[in-house]
Design a protein around this ligand. Structure first.
Ligand code: PMP
Length: 432
């Protein structure tokens, strides 16, 4: 088996065998507390019999049939209706996929097709953003603004331009200008340079996730949206992480007052009980792309009956157990505890929105070198069994939405112990 993100000759792998709520157990019987939600998705917690029973029931009735041409199935019709009801702005149709990257590709394809069918086939350019993550399909990887996902993989999708996102904690990136003004000016200049008549769409995460939980100033997305719309450029919001409660809302777009043309989702849609994504498409786009021979191309597993039944039951659980409210309450509790880490000399900023938390490290107090966050997750896990993740300089905490305040306290204590020890080891504190 080729394991993603595992280079070299690692002999010991952690073989997870069981889960319940936020707890996990490996093949050696060691216990863990999941503060990552797997990969930001185990919203309703692990090992739920109720979801297993729904999957078994649907499989015994009709596991799958094609959603191509004139065929469909009941769970996929009901799920599409449910997602349209939950959507923060008018959405007309849903295109189902097997995950986030496929949904990103579908959105990019549909955006180009929209302009093609409207008689503007030269509108092919895709605007995306540095530090954005959109998956590793070739379309998604091309849109992703992180060079490690491009290098060594040959030519990416052509006609993609990455722009600067606002990252208020890094004013040095904007040469003294206000970050939002800088980003809007860059967007205006880019549209002028490429020519609006050649640009199809812009894609972005409402809150940068993998890059470190970075929320833009509140006027950024509404102003971007307005500027794009004035040039006939479509907007895809990639809500693979942020949809379905992680920020305490069904969609972050609603929280930000933006009305995109497409919303890309996955992860929390099924809480990981089935690999699935869903692309929500606004009515004016649907009207155009379903003309003539319709949307060409689909995925074999689009609208998988069992996946859709599981997604519906997962959304029921989220409603019944008030997990959106829980994400805010437990998130605020955990965020407040972790924010105390800003006292440490190498902790720059602790950012928390619902149950998405990033702890950005700055530089090593001894050497002044940028401090990698890679050592934190293994140490936290070895010491306390708490599982967190990292990107190059940020510790990422994103537990299942069912995490209790008591469990959140364990997570906070585990991370705090490791980071405080690193600071005390060097005998320094920021204030001193
Ligand atoms: N977009 C975003 C914002 C993501 O965070 C991810 C996955 N982390 C993806 C797209 C890709 O989703 P998948 O891995 O399901 O293809």
């Amino acid at each position: 088996m080729i394991h993603p993100h595992l280079g070299g000759d690692t002999t010991e792998r952690i073989v997870m065998v069981e889960g319940s709520g936020c707890r996990l157990r490996d093949a050696h019987g060691r216990e863990y507390l999941d503060a990552t939600g797997g990969l930001l998705l185990a919203h309703v917690g692990h090992g739920r019999r109720d979801l297993a029973e729904v999957a078994a029931g649907q499989m015994a009735k009709l596991e799958y049939f094609s959603s191509f041409h004139e065929f469909t199935n009941e769970p996929s019709i009901r799920l599409a209706d449910r997602l349209i009801d939950l959507a923060p702005s008018p959405m007309e149709r849903v295109y189902f996929t097997s995950g986030g990257g496929e949904a990103v590709d579908a959105a990019l394809r549909m955006a180009r097709l929209y302009h093609h069918r409207r008689g503007e086939p030269e509108r092919t350019w895709i605007l995306s953003r540095h530090f954005g993550y959109h998956g590793i399909s070739y379309g998604g990887a091309a849109a992703t603004g992180m060079p490690m996902f491009h290098q060594g993989f040959g030519p990416m999708l052509p006609d993609v331009r990455h722009l600067t996102p606002p990252m208020p904690f890094h004013p040095e990136m904007y040469g003294g200008e206000d970050p939002t003004e800088f980003c809007l000016r860059e967007l205006r200049e880019t549209i002028e340079e490429i020519g609006a008549e050649r640009i199809a769409v812009m894609i972005g995460e409402p809150i940068l996730g993998v890059a470190g939980v970075i929320e833009p100033p509140s006027d950024y997305w509404p102003r971007v949206r307005e500027l794009l719309a004035s040039h006939g450029i479509l907007l895809i919001l990639d809500e693979v992480i942020t949809a379905f409660g992680r920020t305490g809302h069904w969609f972050a777009a609603g929280r930000m007052g933006v009305t995109p043309d497409f919303i890309v989702t996955a992860k929390g849609l099924t809480s990981g009980y089935f690999p699935m994504g869903a692309l929500l498409v606004a009515d004016h786009v649907v009207d155009v792309v379903t003309r003539d021979e319709g949307v060409i191309g689909g995925y074999t597993y689009s609208g998988h009956a069992t996946g859709c039944a599981v997604a519906l039951a997962n959304l029921d659980i989220m409603e019944r157990e008030n997990l959106l409210t829980a994400a805010v309450e437990v998130g605020d509790h955990l965020g407040a505890r972790l924010r105390e880490l800003e006292e440490l000399p190498f902790v720059g900023e602790v950012r928390q929105i619902g149950l998405m938390i990033g702890i950005e490290l700055t530089q090593d107090p001894d050497t002044g070198e940028p401090l990698s966050a890679g050592w934190v997750p293994p140490l936290v896990r070895e010491r306390s069994g708490v599982i967190v993740r990292n990107n190059p300089n940020t510790v990422l905490v994103s537990p299942p939405l069912v995490m209790s305040c008591g469990e959140a306290d364990r997570v906070a204590a585990a991370v705090t112990d490791v980071l405080t020890e690193y600071a005390t080891g060097r005998g320094r504190r920021k204030a001193a």
